[in-house]
Design a protein around this ligand. Structure first.
Ligand code: SAM
Ligand code: SF4
Length: 349
C-alpha cells in the first residue's frame, strides 16, 4: 500500500502540490458543503418540497477536518464552507476552529444566506473565519420573498450589520441576476454596498435549479448588469484581480464611490463568459463526495473510504483521480451539455 507521503510525492521526490489536471490547471481551492439543509427555498436552487440526506450520511466535523487536512497536504490553500445553508449546521464554529488550525490554509471563508448570521458572527470570527460571502438578491421584502419563498430580509440585514461590527476582513454580497426579476434590484443593491463598504458580485443564473426551470432566456448576463450600473453610476473601470484564479471580473466605480475610495463591483459570468480555463476549484459535498466541477456528472466517494477504514493515502489518491478526470469545460450551451443530477443546494455553491 502506498503511504500518504508517496501518494503526494512530487516528480523528483519532493512534496510538490499535485492537484494538476490534464489541462495543466492547478487546484488550490476547496469548497466544502456542510449540509444540504436550508432555511430558505430560493427558486434558482431548491424545490419547495426538498428532502434531505439523513444526518448519518453527512460527514462529521472530524471527517471533514481529516479530508481538508489531506487536501491541504496536496496543495489546497483556500477553503470555503457552504451548503445548503452552512449556519443551520449546529456548532459550525467548532468546525471553523479546527480548520483554522490546519497549517497551510491561507484563506478560510463562508458563504451564507445570512439569516442566522447575527447570532453566529462573533463565534465564527473568534474561531478564525477570515471572510464572509452573504447572498442577497434584493433589498425589497416582496422581491426577497418571491425569490426565497420565505421571509427573512430584515434578519439578513441585521446579520450583515453585526458581521460588519464584528470586524470581518472582507464581506462580499453575492446576487444572482435573473432576467425579468433582478433589473430593478441592481442599482439599490449597488448603492447599499457602496454605502456599507461591501464588495458586490453579480452571478449569472446557472442550470442547477432543482425545479429545472433554467433557460438561457432567464440569464441576465453580467454585461447587461454592468450596463445598468453604468447608466446610474457612470463608467466602471476594470480592477486588477486580487486572486489569479478568481472567476469574478471586478470593476471599480470611476466616480470614486460615496467616500472616495472607489469600491468594487464584480461579475461572475459562468454562462456568458465561462472561466473554466482558469478554474482552480474542487468540491466536497456534505455527504462526502469529491467533485471536480459544479457540473460534474461523476463523483468520487470519500465517505466510503473514510468509513471503511481507508488511510490518508487512499483519500489523497481519490482526490488526485478526481482532479485527473476533470473536463476542459462545463459545456453549458453545447449540444453535449448534460445537467448534473444534483442541484446547487446538494452540491455546495
Ligand atoms: N445557502 C448559502 C447561500 O445562499 O449563500 C450557501 C449555499 S448557496 C448554494 C451558494 C451560492 O450559490 C449563493 O450565492 C446562491 O445565490 C448561489 N446559487 C444557488 N443556485 C444558483 C444558480 N442556479 N445559479 C447561480 N447561482 C446560484
Ligand atoms: Fe438555500 Fe442558498 Fe440555495 Fe437559497 S441559494 S435555497 S439560501 S442553499
Amino acid at each position: 500500500m502506498t503511504s500518504f507521503a508517496e501518494a503526494t510525492m512530487g516528480p523528483r521526490g519532493g512534496t510538490a502540490p499535485r492537484l494538476i489536471d490534464g489541462f495543466g490547471r492547478l487546484h488550490t481551492d476547496l469548497r466544502v458543503s456542510v449540509t444540504d439543509r436550508c432555511n430558505l427555498r430560493c427558486t434558482y436552487c431548491m424545490p419547495l418540497d426538498a428532502t434531505f440526506k439523513p444526518k448519518s450520511e453527512l460527514l462529521s466535523f472530524e471527517e471533514i477536518e481529516r479530508v481538508v487536512r489531506i487536501a491541504v497536504g496536496l496543495g489546497i490553500r483556500s477553503v470555503r464552507l457552504t451548503g445548503g445553508e452552512p449556519l443551520v449546521r449546529k456548532d459550525l464554529h467548532i468546525l471553523v476552529r479546527s480548520l483554522a488550525a490546519i497549517e497551510g490554509i491561507e484563506d478560510l471563508s463562508l458563504t451564507t444566506n445570512g439569516l442566522l448570521l447575527a447570532a453566529q458572527a462573533g463565534d465564527l470570527a473568534r474561531a478564525g473565519l477570515s471572510r464572509l460571502n452573504v447572498s442577497l438578491d434584493s433589498l425589497r421584502d416582496e422581491v426577497f420573498e418571491s425569490i426565497a419563498r420565505t421571509r427573512g430580509l430584515s434578519e439578513v440585514l441585521e446579520g450583515l450589520a453585526v458581521a460588519k461590527r464584528t470586524g470581518f476582513r472582507s464581506i462580499r454580497i453575492n446576487a444572482v441576476s435573473l432576467r425579468g426579476l433582478s433589473e430593478l434590484e441592481i442599482v439599490p443593491l449597488a448603492e447599499f454596498c457602496r454605502r456599507e463598504g461591501f464588495h458586490l458580485r453579480f452571478i449569472e443564473f446557472m442550470p442547477l435549479d432543482a425545479e429545472r426551470a433554467w433557460s438561457d432566456v432567464r440569464v441576465l448576463t453580467g454585461e447587461e448588469v454592468r450596463r445598468i450600473l453604468e447608466s446610474r453610476f457612470g463608467p466602471l473601470e476594470p480592477a486588477r484581480p486580487t486572486d489569479p484564479g478568481q472567476p469574478a471580473v471586478d470593476y471599480r466605480y470611476a466616480d470614486g464611490g460615496p467616500d472616495g475610495d472607489g469600491g468594487l463591483v464584480g461579475f461572475i459570468d459562468p454562462v456568458s463568459r465561462p472561466f473554466c480555463d482558469r478554474c482552480d476549484r474542487l468540491r466536497l459535498t456534505a455527504d462526502g463526495q469529491f467533485r471536480n466541477c459544479l457540473f460534474s456528472t461523476t463523483e468520487w466517494d470519500a465517505r466510503a473510504v473514510l468509513r471503511s477504514g481507508g488511510d490518508d493515502a487512499e483519500i489523497a489518491r481519490l482526490l488526485l483521480e478526481c482532479v485527473a478526470a476533470k473536463r476542459a469545460a462545463h459545456g453549458i450551451g453545447s449540444p453535449e451539455f448534460e445537467r448534473p443530477a444534483r442541484s446547487m443546494y446538494q452540491i455546495g455553491g
